[in-house]
Design a protein around this ligand. Structure first.
Ligand code: ZN
Length: 163
């Protein structure tokens, strides 16, 4: 007879920004901080580009540009928030809604006709969490497979038949 494993729920651990060998949990404050930095850099670059065009209208060599770094930072956030796909909410928020400034109630609507509030970065974070709340997005190495065919995540505690 197979030895039964003891099925106990792990004690809840506080969510912290903690590197777990390639896996970083992005807290709301880290998300806000990073998005603020992306906006700051983007706005600063726009101002500099305008100034350079005025000062050096025929200069195509100095190439002041930070979009490579900014785009990579956005990619990190998209990966961390399970938002790395063609319909990325983060990209929509940044470029279509101009960092939330162009948001109007009704800009984004759920299937059940309720509004998705994307008026600021905090609301965006909340929505991304809501969209993924029933999913575990942690790496396979953090999953524990139990005898009753359920799978449990050692990071978020999510447990179920499928992940
Ligand atoms: Zn998990």
């Amino acid at each position: 007879m197979a030895k039964k494993e003891k099925l106990t729920k792990p004690t809840a651990t506080a969510i912290a920004v903690e590197p777990v060998l390639g896996c970083v949990i992005v807290s709301k404050s880290l998300f806000l901080e990073t998005m603020e930095a992306i906006e700051k850099q983007y706005k600063h670059d726009q101002k500099c580009n305008t100034a350079f065009k005025t000062l050096l209208p025929n200069d195509y060599t100095s190439g002041y540009d930070n979009h490579w770094v900014n785009n990579e930072l956005i990619k990190y956030l998209q990966k961390a928030m399970n938002d790395e796909h063609a319909e990325s909410w983060i990209e929509y928020f940044l470029w279509e809604l101009d960092f939330g400034k162009k948001y109007r109630p009704g800009s984004v609507i759920r299937k059940d006709k309720t509004h998705i509030d994307l008026s600021n970065t905090g609301k965006l974070y909340d929505y991304l969490i809501e969209e993924n709340k029933s999913k575990c997005l942690h790496p396979l190495s953090e999953l524990r497979f139990w005898n009753d065919s359920t799978v449990e995540c050692l990071i978020c505690g999510h447990r179920g038949l499928t992940f």
